[in-house]
Design a binder for this molecule. Structure first.
Ligand SMILES: C[S@@+](CC[C@H](N)C(=O)[O-])C[C@H]1O[C@@H](n2cnc3c(N)ncnc32)[C@H](O)[C@@H]1O
Length: 308
């Protein structure tokens, strides 16, 4: 996990109370930790990190109404919501499912960037790029077409693992990612002709119609709740005969939910419906997991759709 975000209150005593409270929380003394955090926010009412931590502790104690109030205070104190209090509110059912705050995703992955590949590949057995690669090769083989692509776009490119998997099959790669630090790492691979710090849907909006023959999103759509606007842009930017290949986490029910790992899980029926609504043709959908969660494969789908 990336380091925990701390936003100073600007008040030394309140910050110190927060530190003591964190020690108590880590030692399991949740009631005493909550007490100290309340004292910290008494001194510094706009102390987002203290409100957020108080929300976590209240939720751990099963005091959901108080947790909801604390998370709302955390978000009021930091309207960009770098801690991701909105996600906790969605998990608690206090707010409807919505997109993640961009500042939260940026902070999360900026902090993650230096250790990302070790954490994901070694610790979580991450295999998204190789699953996409195999799926795209099998789709192309079935269509008796060469698996070579002139213009590819890597959505949520991270450090460049998907471009690395497809490097021999792609002439020119564009990478789009919200996190500047991840983009810096991607640049070091030398695999991308262009790299852009942007939300993936916004980034695609700036690309000309029919300008890509492959669009990849490896473990990136798990950070997007509503796939409809994104897949519409994908369909617009893909050239005829082009492919989009992506992984999602999934669940046995209907629609979209936010999982314990604070990533969205999209039901297979939902994915199929959104692919069709975007005017794309689903050519491959396998129940395969891209990474582990608590040492168990997280249920996932590997999807390839074509623009006809
Ligand atoms: C788990 S990483 C996967 C990175 C890479 N695709 C790979 O396979 O290693 C998810 C990436 O998606 C990016 N991301 C999340 N939400 C995004 C969004 N809405 N727009 C652009 N990038 C996003 C994150 O910054 C992060 O780099």
């Amino acid at each position: 996990m990336p380091a925990r975000l701390f936003l100073s209150s600007g008040d030394m005593i309140a910050d110190r109370r927060f530190e003591f409270a964190r020690d108590l929380q880590l030692k399991g003394d949740l009631v005493a930790a909550a007490d100290l955090l309340l004292q910290a926010v008494e001194l510094a009412p706009n102390f987002a990190s203290a409100w957020f931590t108080l929300g976590e502790i209240r939720a751990q104690l099963g005091e959901n109404d108080d947790a909801i109030a604390a998370f709302r205070n955390a978000r009021d104190a930091d309207p960009d919501d770098r801690h991701g209090a909105s996600l906790r509110l969605m998990r608690l059912g206090a707010e409807p499912l919505a997109d993640m705050p961009q500042a939260y995703v940026q902070v999360l992955f900026d902090q993650y960037a230096p250790r990302f590949e070790t954490a994901l590949v070694d610790d979580l057995g991450y295999r998204g790029p190789s699953l996409l690669f195999k799926a795209v090769l099998s789709v192309r083989a079935a269509a008796r077409k060469p698996a070579f692509f002139r213009h590819a776009i890597d959505l949520g490119c991270g450090t460049g693992l998907a471009a690395t998997a497809f490097a021999k099959e792609v002439d020119r790669f564009i990478g789009i990612d919200l996190s500047p630090r991840m983009i810096e790492r991607a640049r070091l691979t030398g695999l991308y002709a262009e790299l852009e710090v942007a939300d993936m849907t916004q980034g695609l909006r700036g690309k000309p119609e029919a300008s890509a023959d492959l669009i990849l999103a490896a473990d990136a759509m798990v950070y997007v709740s509503d796939l409809a606007p994104l897949l519409r842009e994908v369909a617009r930017v893909l050239a005829s005969g082009g492919l989009v290949a992506f992984t999602v986490e999934t669940h046995a029910g209907e629609g979209v939910l936010i999982g314990e790992g604070l990533r969205y899980a999209h039901a297979a029926t939902y994915v199929r419906a959104q692919v069709a609504a975007a005017g794309l043709n689903l050519v491959h959908c396998d129940n395969l997991s891209a990474r582990n969660e608590d040492n168990v494969p997280a249920p996932g789908l590997v999807v390839v759709a074509a623009k006809t």
